[in-house]
Write a new protein. Structure first.
Length: 249
């Protein structure tokens, strides 16, 4: 009932030539099954949108400005602009944004709202650090990351959004959460939505991210509350990304 989603987060990797080659290889395989979203660096969004035209592949951004509209905000790219060039999704609160750009839960609630106002579907990324996990604070940290958005925007805001659980200790480290660890947190995330609205909780897709590879994807995606994946490193190699998409069928 919840269609799976596989999103590729290219992070700060690639070039126009790489985008053409990678998207070409993905299109040639015409992967079926999950919804597939490619999130290139913002300067390549137009190019990737053009390459994906006429296919089922969709394009997302990795970040957006906190403020709506336009204005004197040097370097920022607004939700309207991302939508204008063809993005339809956007990552909000990736741990690398939280860590290196000091993005707070309140700031991210505004980005989330701005995305939706412009017709972008936000993918809200949540997750704990290793220290937080070891201190037994997983539910406290993730609960607050989710409730900050609900407090600011209301639970109905999740009618048009996706969540991604990305334990910070698993991102780019090769240390993947076990399927049982992922399922436990995914079920907790769904319970937090269900506290507000059981129907929305049942419909919202919750992706897992953090060292997803072809070898571990199927087992993760088989968990009842894991609705697909947010893929970093393995989204840069067509064969790996396609194998992960196949695991989400
Ligand atoms: P990874 O990154 O798959 O390289 O661990 C995931 C992400 O940060 O979205």
């Amino acid at each position: 009932m919840r269609r799976k989603v596989v999103a590729g987060n290219w992070k700060m990797h690639g070039s126009r030539a790489m985008a053409r080659e990678l998207v070409g290889q993905i299109l040639a395989a015409s992967p079926g099954g999950p919804e597939i979203i490619l999130c290139p660096p913002s300067v390549y969004i137009s190019e990737v949108v053009r390459l994906c035209e006429g296919s089922a592949l969709m394009v997302g951004a990795q970040d957006l400005a906190e403020r709506d509209g336009s204005g004197a905000f040097t370097g920022d790219v607004s939700a309207d602009m991302l939508h204008d060039v063809g993005a339809r999704w956007v990552l909000v609160g990736h741990s690398e944004r939280r860590e290196y750009h000091a993005e707070t839960n309140d700031m991210l609630a505004r980005k989330f709202d701005s995305a939706q106002k412009s017709g972008l579907t936000p993918i809200l990324c949540v997750g704990e650090t290793l220290a937080e996990r070891e201190a037994g604070r997983v539910e406290e940290v993730i609960g607050e990351q989710i409730h900050a958005v609900i407090r600011a925007n209301g639970i109905a805001t999740f009618e048009n959004a996706v969540l991604a659980y990305e334990p910070v200790w698993a991102i780019g480290t090769g240390k993947v959460a076990t399927p049982a660890q992922a399922q436990e947190v995914h079920a907790f995330i769904r319970s937090q939505l269900a506290r507000e609205d059981a129907n929305i909780a049942g419909l919202t897709r919750v992706l897992y991210g953090g060292s997803v590879k072809p070898a571990n994807a199927a087992e993760l995606f088989a968990q009842p509350d894991v609705d697909g994946g947010l893929i970093g490193g393995a989204s840069l190699a067509a064969s790996d990304f396609l194998a992960i998409c196949a695991a989400a069928r």
